[in-house]
Design a protein around this ligand. Sequence first.
Ligand SMILES: Nc1nc2c(ncn2[C@@H]2O[C@H](COP(=O)(O)OP(=O)(O)O)[C@@H](O)[C@H]2O)c(=O)[nH]1
Ligand SMILES: [Mg+2]
Length: 284
Amino acid sequence: MKKDKIHIHWYPGHIAKAEKKLKEQLSLVDAVIEVLDARIPLSSGYENVAGLLKDKPRLILFNKSDLADKSKLLSFAEKIEKESGYPVILSDAKNSKDLNQIVKKVVELSEPRIQAIMQKGLLRRPARVMVVGMPNVGKSSIINKLTRSSKTKTGAKAGVTRQQQWVRINPQLELLDTPGIIPMRQDDQTKALKLAFVNSVSENAYSNEGVAYELLNLLSEKYPEIVKNYYNLDDSEITLENIAKSRNWLVTGGNPDIERTAIYVLRDFRDGKIGKFVLDDLEG
Ligand SMILES: Nc1nc2c(ncn2[C@@H]2O[C@H](COP(=O)(O)OP(=O)(O)O)[C@@H](O)[C@H]2O)c(=O)[nH]1
Ligand SMILES: [Mg+2]
């Protein structure tokens, strides 16, 4: 078993480009919907989100909450609400129950800026908002969900990059149909690893075996019974070898197929098959 600490690589050129695009998009909106992955509500946040957004209000979504350990999520929501001063909503892209609440909150958060416009003697206009977040947290799914609830694209407006469109969600709200991608950079390697677990990191940046190995270590610490149960490990240790043997994922000759097992373990975890988890620590 490979024991050397794996390292996730970032690409500075990509980061600079993404940051520039994000800043352009941000200049167009009154408020932001920040999407986090509920399984890693701290690690999927951008470290300097306040610096990036300045005083722009923010609605925080713990998305993929259907894949998360609900008993832990509420404490994280409380912590983030307290620290940021902004509301947190648990969301799940496959479910529309949270829709009204999201729309209502984001309109509310934008209202001071709309009021400021009116104070300058301009007419009231709908709040303009956008969705931002790390790769794969569910930004597009949320945009689709919000858009399906409305219909009409309002078309390109002056000053808006050609390929970006506003979708009128209701008379108070317009949504930018392109998500803002938060640059994939995480200097803290522990957090970077967790982003790799949930598939927010390009697969070119790591080895499956290394990441699956670290995932099993963390799950053994936090949720050993659930993992043992899912892979029928009984009393044996939670390792790629033992899972390979238990599942019969072997190469010719009968040795464990570690690479295939690593891929399957990552897939099982990402699909929520093993169980529902939260992998961050409240004091993280
Ligand atoms: N289980 C679950 N899967 C989700 C949820 N939201 C998005 N996904 C899935 O996660 C993957 C990435 O979603 P996408 O919206 O493309 O993420 P984006 O990269 O942030 O735009 C897709 O396979 C979605 O179907 C959710 O709330 N629950
Ligand atoms: Mg997307």
